[in-house]
Design a binder for this molecule. Structure first.
Ligand code: AHR
Length: 501
């Protein structure tokens, strides 16, 4: 078994858009209420935001957060979420069969984002509503003053516009579960007209049109082609979503799902380029992988809650407790995103707090880090700069659903400003250590500074508020750098971050 990389500053994929390390907060379960916002909690600040959560979000250096949904957005009445809190209505929230109190809305969340040091990616409701509501919200958020909605914002105490740059045109409109689900042709037309109207209000916005909800959709990938035939010239990005789960309880097979993600990305790029040729387009459509993660642990509990105990406020929903193997797949998915950073310009780990999240909160206790927190932290922190073409060669294996799966997957990022080089590598062989040989002759003078590893003897090990069972550590006896050749021992089933300077 072997793995080899060759790194050279001239072999570049692309400068990475930092927004590829984005995340997502939806009005769902305890993401907002009891997550980012919990007045009365010991760590709450004067506005009710939990400081312990803010600290972890800042530690992750999350560059952008998608908001307010998700499926939630398809029945979102933004006007209910602004103005005096005491006058805001409670609403039936149809996507997750909960009650939305509207205590936190557009302005509160924008303030939270500022405190978290992150940017907003706003979604508009193209399910139950349309062009009119989308235009109203953009005017409210971005127009300086002197019009109905900009003056309403000022009357609500927010003088400066939020200047939100990135806007999603609805959410998963291909899904029959979506309130206001549409055919590709219907949605493509609506997205195109909405995009044109939004650009009249603010020509600087960047617009994301909905692609398929996952590769299993019957309409995939014709959906992408049809939607882009309608909206190619008026949008900038197309969205991709995917969630994986180890439903077969087959770890080797589970760790190959990042190959499915890779294939998904390639297919959407091809589809965009096909439509570009057909329409004699001038620009490329970029990809926004704005929902990705592991999600399956909580499925049964969620059906029970939504089916049998609907309409509660902030119920426990989608509270997947992640184990060690989930962290490995999240690392592999991050590697896949980095490798495609020339076309995937934005991506959102779905989600951020309590709901399929790296950060969990205890109602009367602390915020804590799930296993998946760590690969996300490392990629966000050390994955800024230029993605390098690694020319990876690795021995391979087959799994139940995949063939020719590389034993080692890797990506490399060169932070040219800080003169730092980072290799992210997962050994997905479950039995054996594999030596990763990295040819570094193109980076003369670089020395190893740190080799961080996430490894654990139990694939099902989880973290909790009481114990961080799965946490990274630094190793000092697994690397040898000699004559420009770095040999690194990658433990079986491990996430590795090899840093040089
Ligand atoms: O992230 C949870 C849900 O997954 C989102 O609301 C929806 O867009 C997707 O199906």
């Amino acid at each position: 078994k072997f793995a080899r990389l060759t790194l050279d500053p001239d072999f570049q994929i692309s400068r990475i858009d930092k927004r590829v390390y984005g995340s997502f907060v939806e009005h769902l379960g305890r993401a907002v209420y009891g997550g980012v916002y919990q007045p009365g909690h010991g760590s709450a600040d004067e506005e009710g935001f939990r400081r312990d959560v803010l600290d972890l979000v800042r530690e992750l250096q999350v560059p952008i957060v998608r908001y307010p949904g998700g499926n939630f957005v398809s029945n979102f009445y933004w006007e209910d979420s602004v103005g005096p809190v005491s006058e805001r209505p409670r609403r039936l929230e149809l996507a997750w069969r909960s009650t939305e109190t509207n205590e936190v809305g557009v302005n509160e969340f924008a303030r939270w984002a500022k405190k978290a040091g992150t940017e907003l990616m706003m979604a508009v409701n193209l399910g139950t509503r349309g062009i009119d509501a989308a235009c109203g919200l953009l005017e409210y958020c971005n127009h300086p003053s002197g019009t109905k909605y900009s003056d309403l914002r000022i009357a609500h105490g927010v003088k400066e516009p939020h200047n939100i740059k990135t806007w999603c045109l609805g959410n998963e409109m291909d899904g029959p579960w979506q309130v206001g689900h549409k055919t590709a042709r219907e949605y493509g037309r609506l997205a195109d007209e909405t995009a044109k109207a939004l650009r009249q209000i603010d020509p600087t916005v960047e617009l994301v049109v909905c692609g398929s909800s996952n590769t299993g959709m019957a309409t995939y990938p014709q959906w992408e082609a049809t939607v882009l035939e309608e909206a190619y010239n008026s949008v900038d990005y197309i969205s991709l979503h995917t969630y994986y789960g180890n439903r077969l309880n087959d770890t080797a097979n589970f760790l190959a799902y990042s190959d499915d993600m890779d294939h998904f990305i390639r297919t959407v790029i091809s589809t965009c380029d096909f439509v570009k040729a057909k329409k004699r387009g001038k620009k490329d459509i970029m990809l926004s992988f704005d929902e990705w993660n592991v999600w399956f642990h909580s499925d049964a509990a969620d059906s029970d809650t939504m089916g049998n105990r609907p309409w509660s406020v902030a119920p426990h929903l989608l509270e997947d407790q992640y184990n060690f193997e989930d962290a490995l797949l999240v690392g592999l998915m991050l590697i896949t995103l980095i490798k495609h950073s020339d076309r995937v310009r934005m991506a959102c780990l779905a989600q951020l707090v309590n709901v399929i999240a790296p950060i969990m909160t205890e109602e009367d206790g602390p915020a804590w880090r799930q296993t998946i927190y760590y690969p996300y932290l490392h990629a966000s922190k050390y994955g800024r700069g230029v993605a390098l073409n690694t020319a990876l060669r690795s021995s391979r294996h087959d799994t139940r659903e995949f063939t020719d799966v590389t034993d080692v997957e890797a990506a490399a990022v060169w932070n040219d400003e800080a003169e730092e080089l980072t290799v992210f590598a997962v050994n997905r062989d479950l039995e054996d250590s594999i030596t990763l040989e990295t040819d570094l002759r193109g980076f003369a003078g670089y020395e190893l500074t740190e080799h961080i590893v996430l490894e654990h003897g139990d694939f099902k090990a989880v973290n909790s508020a009481a114990a961080e069972t799965v946490a990274p550590h630094t190793v000092t006896d697994r690397d040898e750098l000699d004559g420009g050749l770095l040999k690194s021992r990658l433990a079986p089933a491990s996430w590795n971050v090899i840093r040089l300077k």
